[in-house]
Ligand binder design. Structure first.
Ligand code: AMP
Ligand code: ZN
Length: 498
């Protein structure tokens, strides 16, 4: 696996700390508003990285924070606290706002086939860990108190600008003219670890601390949450390029000062999605979300496809014209893949779908994920194309090349079963739903039928609880006779039309 590392500014051979295992951390969303499709570009590209690592055989543990407090640490933050502003706007408490937008974020992720990280931790869960790290930084002389806040002293580090070469001007990107410099700071780049007195006096969430009632700065959460779940050594840290400075620079400063050794080896940064006005950003308001795309008739996976056509290290320009091209190309590609699925099915090459319908929704969707019986696959051809796919995707996640390989497989001189096996295998990384039949979601399922099925499911559940398995089986058989298939899954009973 080759990866570009922002720390060394080189494409490197990836070597994890522990053989076969990858400890991976992702800066999660701030949850005072919906994620825009720019944020989601970062999460799509990081999802591809995680799935690629898994595809080539690594055991990945991925952690993500949720910034529900603490995103107010820069001089550039003016006016009201963003969470509080969101709460007032929507007549909700700050925690209700956080929950609502966290759920909305994961619902967008699901629509875009972005896997949920193994661990998701809100910043408000970890106040004790933050306080502990700040205490140690004070003891070691890396932090100081001024104006009733605790600051990290960047002058204590030999090399604060670990990502190198940024000019002062570049470092001030995002800092507006009307910003008033915090006069408590000893050095311009010192940053707040803990506030007890800030310009946001009306902060809703506050905690007791050895330094008085207050709340954490932004950067501390990622250092503490990653160490809590991944330990003192990390392999890959991800985020958008705007996180390089100051967020990731500050994370490294405080983590390595706290630990006394190097913390994370590889830094993976996704370049921005821009619109006509430049970088898409939450604070600009009027943002483009997955729901807006859906309302305009785009399948969210069209947006994923659009992102995969370009490399994550290049800026990506968004326009509806380009998205329309992606929509047309995706539609054609999916149709060709579904034709292969049909052909393989007709040839009797599909394996029994033992896992059931992983994505089957209550409305009764029939989705096959194109599993092919192993003895129907031409192994030599499979290995040849799979090796090419691995070459492409493990080369700093070259997604456009990986998508090209799907087209190569479609054109290949081999049988439908082998093609289907290859495409559904590649799709474990690409996540484009290429072999998923999204057949007539609600067609044929009227609300009366739905109500009846849900009632029968409840009756079957009650029968099972009473250990009346004969009755439970009878209900299942009766539904099957009516063309309704029940699936017992870890998430509960799901159903679809036969
Ligand atoms: P936020 O919720 O604002 O903290 O951002 C969540 C993630 O999206 C971070 O990793 C950001 O670096 C990233 N991000 C923000 N704006 C963009 C953009 N326009 N394009 C791509 N990624 C972005
Ligand atoms: Zn972070």
């Amino acid at each position: 696996m080759k990866l570009y590392n922002t720390l060394t500014r080189n494409v490197e051979d990836f070597k994890p700390n522990e053989e076969g295992k990858v400890a991976m951390y992702t800066c999660g969303p701030t949850v005072y508003h919906f994620a825009h499709i720019g944020n989601l570009r970062s999460y799509i590209c990081e999802d591809i990285l995680e799935k690629t690592l898994r595809y080539v055989g690594y055991d990945v543990k991925r952690v993500m924070n949720i910034t529900d407090v603490g995103h107010l640490s820069s001089d550039a933050d003016t006016g009201e606290d963003k969470m509080l502003k969101g709460a007032k706007r929507e007549n909700k408490t700050v925690m209700e706002i956080a929950k609502f937008y966290t759920d909305a974020f994961f619902s967008d992720c699901e629509k875009l086939n972005i896997k949920r990280p193994d661990v998701v931790e809100p910043a408000t869960n970890c106040i004790d860990e933050f306080i502990n790290m700040i205490k140690v930084l004070l003891e070691k002389g890396y932090a100081y108190m001024a104006g009733e806040n605790i600051y990290f002293d960047t002058s204590k580090l030999k090399d604060y600008y670990v990502f190198g070469n940024q000019s002062e001007d570049e470092l001030m990107v995002g800092v507006r003219d009307d910003v008033t410099e915090d006069t408590n700071k000893r050095n311009k780049n010192d940053f707040v670890l803990w506030f007890t007195k800030s310009k946001f006096e009306d902060q809703a969430l506050k905690w007791d601390s050895p330094w008085g009632v207050g709340y954490p700065g932004w950067h501390i959460e990622c250092s503490c949450i990653s160490m809590k779940h991944l330990g003192e050594y990390m392999d890959i840290h991800c985020g958008g390029v705007d996180n390089i400075f100051p967020h990731h620079t500050n994370e490294i400063a405080q983590s390595e000062s706290y630990l006394g050794h190097k913390w994370c080896n590889y830094w993976f940064h996704v370049h921005h999605l821009n619109d006509l006005e430049g970088k898409m950003s939450k604070s600009k308001g009027n943002i483009l979300t997955v729901s807006v795309l859906e309302e305009k008739g785009y399948d969210p996976l069209v947006y994923r496809f659009f992102c995969l056509q370009s490399h994550y290290r290049k800026p990506l320009e968004f326009s509806y014209d380009v998205l329309d091209n992606a929509k047309a190309a995706y539609g054609k590609l999916q149709k060709r893949c579904l034709d292969i699925l049909k052909e393989a099915k007709a040839a009797g090459a599909l394996a029994e779908d033992k896992e059931g319908c992983p994505k089957c929704r209550a409305k009764g969707v029939l989705e096959k994920n194109g599993l092919v019986a192993a003895d129907k696959v031409n192994k030599a051809v499979f290995d040849e194309y799979n090796a090419k796919f691995i070459d492409a995707i493990s080369n700093d996640t070259n997604t456009s090349m990986a998508v090209t390989l799907v087209y190569d497989v479609i054109k290949a001189d081999t049988d439908a079963a082998t093609k289907l096996a290859l495409i559904s295998s590649f799709d474990k990384v690409l996540g484009l739903g290429l072999t998923v039949e999204k057949a007539e979601e609600t067609a044929g399922v009227d609300s009366e039928l739905e109500a009846y099925v849900l009632e029968q499911i409840e009756l079957r559940k009650a029968a099972k609880k009473e250990k009346n398995f004969a009755e439970a089986d009878r209900i299942r058989a009766e539904l099957l006779e009516k063309g309704i298939v029940l699936e017992d899954t870890r998430e509960g009973v799901k159903w679809h039309l036969a």
